[in-house]
Design a protein around this ligand. Structure first.
Ligand SMILES: Nc1nc2c(ncn2[C@@H]2O[C@H](COP(=O)(O)OP(=O)(O)OP(=O)(O)O)[C@@H](O)[C@H]2O)c(=O)[nH]1
Ligand SMILES: [Mg+2]
Length: 698
């Protein structure tokens, strides 16, 4: 395996909505460049980048993976990323370590929800972008319709550098608007190309499109604009050079036409990447200086080594695989390096380049390259491996907080320890999951971005770590609160010979606004309770409120004030006042009209407009409040607030109701009182689950 210099490297991430054809496109690129000798297909699970069993079974990318080809003497590193909302954090991480994004768009559907999100994400990083308009061989595929959505939802500066030859099933090649040639492809998916003149019928359209391209290139640069005004056009050299500069500076986004399943336009996509995407040597890598201010690092082989860990794979057999972007200097196999994030040293084994799951040893990785290393001891995602003299750092890649949580239990008893070790490993590769024990119910909780995310995690637990678990219905983090103010009294008194126990307090409780949690006030005058016992009263109330009153959920959004009490010179102690506090809390609850609160989610649903009516009806049925509705082209976006408990089965419902065309996003919004008619059921279920414990408490 050759070692490449920064100037001969291109790093791109393929991003876009689920199903737009990213994985198939990577597969076609590997095939067209001769890196593999058979065209791998998503549909038969034979692609290089969807190698994980779960990915093959589900026909969706669940985790980013790395591949590379040699093209025009350059090494093109390609990251295939997931397009499904549950797994998008991996696509975001990939965008952090490349010089450009190839935004893959389905020519039938145009811009979709995740396309727009990822476009914005790449824009925030100032990344050059190429649009690959894919699936042009499908019925109802259309460059002009897709372009309309791209201009409306992404950027006006998206400019075709090609036109399709033939439409829908007859799509068989492209017109290259830069060279004004027609390139047609063999009908056997072999990717064989024939170059020729533009067919008569297309000449006029091609000339118009070329003129638009020239104008767009001229607009991106003042000098070219002057030339364009003076001459009415640009020379071929000016066009090519101008197109490159405009792409690198993000003033223009070239659009190319492809069919990934039929290997059409793939070589030209690779040409576009090598010709118009900056090499790492031409683009500063975003970093932070010692004071935390944003700076750009000039990527250089001669500088001291520095690399960012952007992803970790937890493999129980191969061990931990750490994916690196070498930002500066050269990493050498078997070297000892510093992990400056943890202030530790690591011995590198063999450095690896990855072709999906296939690893090839390389002696070194130079600045600008993407590679990996196995079996590091204690290096994790977001860590920086660098020479001690390197002062810059990198902003951490952010991972979203989990939104949905399920209780899990091992199928065989005694597997609990195994689960926690395995979960720790899985969290290393996917920081957007969390795992903890519920302090109240002692259940194991697994939380993630959505149902699919949880299912996939459970499948990984089984396959990679041999632990089988049952998923219990997700637990809703209900709370309790009070709706009335009252005064209450708690007295703990025990006099059984010898030393007795005596604690006595009077408290006032009053509701607070939502989100205030709990407040305690000491309003004792004249020493009716000695100072040192007041914290014990508070502790007693605290403990009692965490155990709840109606159904064992923590009681929030109220204030307790202790204002009176009495004590005994000999028998009073902290424990007695703690118990008095807890008795006063219970006494208060009998009059404070406690009630149950539930979490409400902010939900956005995206689906073709035909489904809007049905989906709104369904959300109403889930006690949802519709907050608004927009149409974006053929898509409707519905915004609503819906109780979390009603959203647990939404994913399946939406998929079946829209034939997979709908998607949604939700996040926690606030707590609200559960309507009274639903409270009985929640209380009964909680009591049944907690058995004796609650029955005794109440
Ligand atoms: N007809 C046609 N089908 C395509 C083309 N590209 C991809 N497909 C099919 O579209 C489906 C989705 O392709 P993928 O490559 O898995 O899409 P993806 O963007 O990687 O999807 P995620 O990994 O879920 O984000 C598969 O069934 C592919 O065979 C194309 O150019 N033409
Ligand atoms: Mg994929």
């Amino acid at each position: 395996m050759k070692v490449y210099d920064a100037a001969a490297i291109r790093n791109v991430a393929l991003v876009g909505h689920g199903g737009s054809g990213k994985t198939q496109l990577v597969s076609a690129m590997l095939f067209a460049a001769g890196a593999v000798n058979r065209l791998g297909k998503v549909d038969d699970g034979s692609t290089v980048t969807d190698f994980d069993e779960e990915e093959i079974a589900r026909k969706h990318t669940l985790s980013s993976s790395l591949a590379h080809v040699e093209w025009q003497k350059s090494k093109v590193n390609i990251i295939d990323t997931p397009g499904f909302a549950n797994f998008l954090s991996d696509a975001r991480a990939a965008l952090r370590v490349v010089e450009a994004a190839v935004v893959v768009v389905d020519a039938v559907h145009g811009v979709e929800v995740q396309t727009e999100k990822l476009w914005a994400e790449a824009a925030a990083l100032n990344l050059p972008r190429i649009v690959a308009l894919n699936r042009l061989d499908r019925d109802r595929a259309s460059l002009s319709r897709a372009l309309e959505t791209l201009h409306r939802d992404c950027a006006r500066e998206i400019t075709p550098v090609q036109l399709p030859l033939g439409e829908e099933r007859a799509f068989n090649g492209v017109v290259d608007l830069v060279r004004m040639k027609a390139v047609s492809f063999a009908g056997d998916d072999s990717g064989k190309m024939t170059e020729g003149e533009i067919p008569e019928a297309l000449v006029e359209r091609a000339q118009q499109a070329r003129e638009q391209l020239i104008e767009a290139v001229a607009e991106a640069d003042e000098k070219l604009m002057e030339t364009f005004f003076a001459e009415g056009t640009l020379t071929q050299e000016q066009l090519v050079a101008g197109l490159r500069t405009a792409t690198i500076t993000g003033k223009l986004f070239p659009l190319v036409c492809t069919s990934a399943t039929h290997t059409i336009g793939i070589q030209l996509l690779l040409d576009t990447i090598v010709n118009y995407v900056p090499s790492p040597a031409e683009r500063e890598f975003p970093a932070l200086d010692a004071a935390g201010a944003e700076i750009g690092v000039t990527v250089a082989e001669s500088a001291p080594y520095a690399a960012l860990v952007w992803k970790t794979i937890a493999d129980p057999f191969a061990g931990r695989i750490t994916m690196l972007r070498v930002v500066n200097g050269t990493l050498k196999s078997d070297a000892t390096v510093c992990n400056v994030t943890r202030d530790s040293t690591e011995r590198l084994g063999h450095l690896l380049v990855l072709q999906g799951k296939t690893q090839t040893h390389v002696p070194e990785l130079k600045a600008g390259d993407l590679g990996a290393v196995a079996k590091l001891k204690d290096t994790h995602t977001n860590d920086v491996i660098a020479d001690k003299s390197v002062k810059f750092r990198f902003a951490p890649i952010r991972f979203p907080e989990p939104v949905l949580s399920y209780a899990i239990e091992p199928k065989s008893r005694g597997d609990e320890d195994k689960i926690s070790t395995a979960m720790q490993r899985l969290r290393e590769e996917d920081p957007s999951i969390s795992y903890a024990r519920d302090p109240q119910t002692h259940e194991l909780l697994l939380a993630g971005q959505g149902q699919l995310h949880i299912e996939v995690t459970v499948a990984k637990l089984k396959r990679r770590f041999g632990v089988e678990v049952n998923l219990k219905p997700p637990r809703i983090p209900y709370r309790e609160t009070i709706t009335a103010s009252t005064e209450a009294h708690g007295r703990h008194k025990k006099q059984t010979g010898g030393h007795g126990q005596f604690g006595d307090c009077k408290i006032r409780v009053e509701p607070l606004p939502r989100g205030s949690d709990f407040q305690f006030e000491d309003d004792i005058f004249g020493g009716s309770i000695p100072r040192q016992y007041v914290p014990a009263v508070e502790k007693g109330i605290q403990d009692a409120r965490m155990r709840g009153f109606l159904a064992g959920f923590p009681m929030v959004d109220f204030k307790a004030t202790v204002f009176d009490g009495s004590y005994h010179a000999v028998d009073s102690n902290e424990l007695a006042f703690k118990l008095a506090g807890s008795l006063a809390f219970k006494d208060a609850m009998s009059r404070a009209r406690p009630t149950i609160l539930e979490p409400v989610m902010q939900v956005e649903v995206y689906a073709p407009s035909d489904f809007a009516g049905d989906l709104m009806g369904d959300l109403n049925g889930r006690r949802g409040r519709i907050a608004g509705m927009d149409t974006r082209g053929a898509l409707t976006v519905i915004r609503a607030q819906v109780p979390m408990s009603e959203m647990l089965t939404y994913e399946q419902h939406l998929t079946s109701a829209t034939g997979g065309r709908g998607s949604y996003h939700m996040e926690y919004s606030h707590y609200e009182e559960v309507p009274h008619q639903f409270q009985g059921k929640i209380i009964a279920a909680a009591r049944a689950e907690r058995g004796q414990e609650v029955a005794e408490e109440v």
